[in-house]
Ligand binder design. Sequence first.
Ligand SMILES: NC(=O)c1ccc[n+]([C@@H]2O[C@H](COP(=O)([O-])OP(=O)(O)OC[C@H]3O[C@@H](n4cnc5c(N)ncnc54)[C@H](OP(=O)(O)O)[C@@H]3O)[C@@H](O)[C@H]2O)c1
Length: 370
Amino acid sequence: MKKIIINGANGFIASNFIHEMRNKNYEVVALVRASSKYSSEQRMENALSEINDGEHVNFNKLKTYSYSLLDDDFSITEKQMENIFDGDVDFFHFAASLKFDKKTKDEIFSINVNGVRNAIEVFLKYATKKSRFFFVGTAYSCGKFEGLFKEKFYPNKDITQFRNYYEQSKRFAENVVKENIDKNRLNGHVIRLSQVVGNSITGVTKTDYGIFDFAKRIHSLAARYPNKTVRVHIDPYSTQNLIPINTVVSYLMRTLEVNELPVIMNFIAKNSMKNIQLINGVCKLLPINITLVGHIEVGEMDALERIIHAGMSFSGNYIDTNILFDTKNLNSIILSPGDEVNEKNIFKMMKYFFDNISSNGGKQILAQAV
Ligand SMILES: NC(=O)c1ccc[n+]([C@@H]2O[C@H](COP(=O)([O-])OP(=O)(O)OC[C@H]3O[C@@H](n4cnc5c(N)ncnc54)[C@H](OP(=O)(O)O)[C@@H]3O)[C@@H](O)[C@H]2O)c1
């Protein structure tokens, strides 16, 4: 069975992918940064335990190495590199900064663009010709795009064409992959994900990104100021493209099985969720009444509404999006469409998420709300 190498391996999506590969007996090499407190092995084990709610995890056939994304050879010895890249491998580049704002622009570009450049350099140096390089990108690298966002490369654009520096950096990174396919015959692929949420079957939700970041803020405010009615500047009928983590993992597993893959694949949901559907779930679970208004000036907001508005510096860019993504390439590789997000399972995910927010007495808030 082919060996899979993953960087950013302790992250939310990568660790779920690794868990499934472990279940299917793939040999996996995980590249994880060590922290001041934990070794890379401990960080990987913690990530796998966390997604399994603390249950025992089988680490058999999982090798973890500490690495440094931007350094030559990832700061791993040549001998170890030769062992890691021994035989044909699939290499998945997950490592990224999910920050988005102007003040961290240099850090975002360094990790998200230079990090990809360096990973490709390492890959081209050590991997066999048949090995494949997968860059994990985002469907939102479409930027402020109108029409159907196809599974093809788009040119780099300036920041005015994107909602934030994260989106722009991921577009630039895709073009680093393209450059290497064209000039260096990189056997490269781009997998673009939309917003990844919890598990559609179990409801287990271990991410606080995107809509869950918003939900976390509302949870905290509802605890401090229960039973208030607030107006929020969000278009109720605009949509969010949400994809369950179990669907993402099933599609990623499929890429391992298919030999001839398209270069770019949009891993997105066919059906998007309306903002109003998401907010209705939040209001059922928390002691707060949120009214979505298409537009409201900051000057017209009360103090609580202004706090919510200020906390939407990231999610606020996605309040009126209705993007269409092409999925021809995705459809050509999957056996059947994966589970989608719907009102019922997103409610289950929200409930799990709120139940598990340890601070602010999440469970007490739910009890009050019922
Ligand atoms: N979550 C989503 O909805 C979503 C949607 C579209 C695309 N994506 C893409 O999917 C990938 C994984 O996302 P995720 O949600 O799983 O994110 P995550 O949980 O934040 O994981 C990010 C990973 O990148 C690593 N990383 C960050 N900075 C690094 C650096 N300087 N050097 C080495 N490693 C570094 C992190 O390691 P540390 O723990 O050491 O910081 C972590 O392992 C990213 O490429 C992201 O852009 C995610």
